[in-house]
Design a protein around this ligand. Structure first.
Ligand SMILES: CC(C)(COP(=O)(O)OP(=O)(O)OC[C@H]1O[C@@H](n2cnc3c(N)ncnc32)[C@H](O)[C@@H]1OP(=O)(O)O)[C@@H](O)C(=O)NCCC(=O)NCCS
Length: 209
């Protein structure tokens, strides 16, 4: 089943960028759902109801969840799955993606992003503008690789981990799930404990002086 109509859940700035990518991917009609009832438009597109209204579109549209919070993103995607909704993947035509890379459904890959050979991106991930994910990386489900951040070869990021804007993770390094890596950080050693890490080299923030 292929639809040209897309329902985007989450009428934020991120949602607006996703809508523009969706147009580049061939969607002809776009509307948003958001629980903030004060919102009427997101960019050029109407906010047509709240998240529970997704039921109304299950048979006639595809869905994309554009929510920054990875746990909420997962919860909404799971509900759509249970309801039998078709969840789309959005890849900007100006992203460069190896033929051997795998991208999980419900993920978005934004303009200028590069995903190299044999990288595996899980479902519900955000590979943001001009981010790079190099060869053999594994980015588990619901990660966010922020604008201009770089994962060198064979990096592994666990579920729900957020790599901040402009951060770098050195080759062969693992960052466990549920971590926040601050903007501009450089991660040079494995991170095995959940936490927020920042700086060069990255250190756990509650241990910084
Ligand atoms: C790391 C981060 C999560 C910390 O947020 P926070 O817990 O609210 O931290 P605060 O802003 O209260 O800052 C606490 C201290 O850490 C410092 N700090 C914050 N972020 C830092 C970073 N990325 N690198 C180095 N130091 C940082 C602050 O300067 C402050 O230092 P001070 O106490 O000496 O003034 C956040 O700053 C960050 O980097 N978020 C990433 C945002 C991002 O990349 N968005 C991408 C969207 S695509």
């Amino acid at each position: 089943m292929e639809h040209k109509k897309l329902v985007i859940i989450g009428a934020s700035g991120h949602g607006k960028v996703c809508a523009e990518i969706a147009v580049r991917c061939g969607f002809e009609k776009i509307l948003f759902l958001d629980d903030d009832s004060s919102l009427t438009f997101c960019g050029r597109y109407p906010v047509a109801g709240t998240v529970t209204d997704s039921d109304k579109y299950i048979e006639t549209a595809s869905f994309f969840t554009a929510i920054g919070n990875s746990h909420i993103r997962e919860r909404i995607m799971r509900k759509l799955e249970e309801d039998g909704g078709e969840i789309t993947t959005l890849v900007h035509p100006d992203a460069v993606i190896s033929e051997s890379a795998v991208i999980g459904y419900g993920s978005v890959v934004m303009a200028g992003a590069v995903i190299n050979a044999d990288a595996i991106i899980g479902k519900g991930c955000i590979i943001n503008t001009a981010a790079s994910v190099d060869h053999d990386c594994v980015v588990e489900d619901y990660c966010h690789i922020s604008v201009g951040s770089h994962l060198a070869g064979t990096v592994h990021t666990g579920k729900h981990t957020w790599i901040g804007a402009g951060a770098v993770v050195s080759n062969n390094v693992t960052v466990c799930g549920e971590c926040m890596i601050g903007a501009g950080a450089v991660v040079v050693r494995d991170i095995n404990e959940i936490g927020t890490y920042a700086g060069i080299p990255a250190k756990r923030m509650d241990t910084m002086t």
